[in-house]
Write a protein that binds this ligand. Structure first.
Ligand code: NAD
Ligand code: GLY
Length: 343
């Protein structure tokens, strides 16, 4: 499992930490995006250089649209032209887009090199930087090409969140609420108790613990880990239909709401579950609906990677802090979405 560090101001120590954990690495390639690189790229590169590493950089245009084959190939080519070898490593400095893309490059460059996740969004800290899922999008859908590749180290500096635009910060809360909905009444209570001055670093740590526990029992997503996809079938459909204008977290929030509302209507979930979800989405500025018809959402969801032939495994909430996996014929998903969307 990856070594995970959560500490305010830790970014400036990344060189020393790399020295302790990457004995064979000579050069790090720092992959970032054009919002994050100007803010934190120099601090990271300087810290690595001061610790004696060679540093090369690659910056992508910010946003989901960069998580694609073209950027993937360009980064690979840049690494090769810079003579990066198997004993060199990659630093993914940014949100989930940079983490997924640079992680997939690390999984495949020279058949795999080590990498470090340095998440700079709340979503990336609590979810995407942990667990080793890496991927890119293709025109047919999100995350359809990827690999499992664990980062050797995850370095979370909550101070970096100070520069996040509000909507992006709040989008990260969707994955936090998701962890509470699937596994932890305690986390849901922490969230609803914002007024009791819960520290953000405690929320990040609680989420990482939940995710790390699940991944340690099911690294390759054949069972329990699938719970982490709560709200994601519909969420990914919304992202795709919006041409990635709707942020991942916001789309997942809507996906969770639709599935929970349908579960309550079907009589398989406590009504309290929907009340808790509804009030948290509202408290954290997250949406519960998008302007797409059930049929559109269903059609867009058919390409989901959780589909196996004519069935799909969905994550169904049962009670507060508890969800279960349910395999269903793929056409049944239309019924769920329709029930979840209608008043
Ligand atoms: P993102 O990486 O696009 O970041 C959102 C925006 O915030 C970008 O414009 C970025 O430049 C900017 N930004 C990042 N850090 C900043 C900072 N500190 N200050 C100012 N601006 C900053 O999006 P995201 O929400 O972090 O991640 C979404 C992606 O994560 C999706 O592609 C999703 O599929 C993926 N994801 C992956 C996993 C996984 O397990 N691998 C889990 C959840 C989500
Ligand atoms: N974000 C889903 C997973 O890591 O499994």
């Amino acid at each position: 499992m990856s070594k995970i560090i959560i500490e305010s101001g830790v970014l400036k120590n990344i060189g020393e930490m790399a020295k302790e954990n990457f004995a064979n690495v000579k050069t790090f390639a720092v992959v970032s995006d054009d919002n994050v690189a100007p803010l934190y790229g120099k601090a990271v590169a300087d810290a690595l250089a001061d610790a004696g590493f060679g540093v090369i950089s690659y910056t992508i245009k910010a946003g989901e649209k960069s998580k694609n084959m073209v950027q993937y190939a360009k980064i690979q080519n840049h690494l090769a032209e810079s003579k990066m070898t198997r004993s060199d490593a990659i630093v993914a400095l940014g949100g989930g887009v940079v983490g997924d893309l640079a992680g997939f490059v690390a999984a495949t460059y020279l058949r795999g090199v080590e990498f470090v996740q340095v998440p700079t969004t709340l979503l990336a800290m609590v979810d995407s930087s942990v667990g080793g899922k890496t991927a890119i999008d293709i025109p047919a859908g999100k995350n359809l090409v990827g690999a499992f590749h664990q980062p050797k180290m995850v370095v979370c500096d909550p101070l970096t969140l100070n520069t996040l635009p509000t909507e992006i910060f709040s989008s990260g809360y969707a994955e936090v609420i998701k962890h509470g909905m699937i596994k932890s009444k305690k986390l849901l209570k922490m969230l609803a108790g914002k007024e009791f001055d819960i520290k953000l670093s405690d929320i990040i740590e609680e989420n990482i613990n939940i995710k790390r526990d699940i991944v340690s029992r099911d690294e390759f997503d054949t069972g329990e880990r699938q719970l982490l996809n709560f709200g994601h079938t519909v969420g990914h459909a919304i992202e795709k239909l919006s041409k990635y204008k709707i942020l991942h977290g916001r789309a997942v929030a809507i996906g969770m709401y639709i599935m929970t509302k349908a579960a309550v209507k079907k009589g398989v979930c406590d009504a309290e579950c929907l009340e808790v979800l509804d009030s948290l989405l509202c408290e954290y500025g997250l949406p519960d609906k998008a302007n797409y018809k059930p049929k559109e959402l269903y059609e867009a969801a058919l390409g989901d990677k959780k589909r196996m032939g004519d069935t799909i495994t969905e994550i169904i909430p049962r009670e507060v802090g508890f969800c279960e996996l349910q395999k269903m014929p793929v056409e049944e998903l239309l019924e769920w979405i329709t029930m979840g969307v209608s008043e």
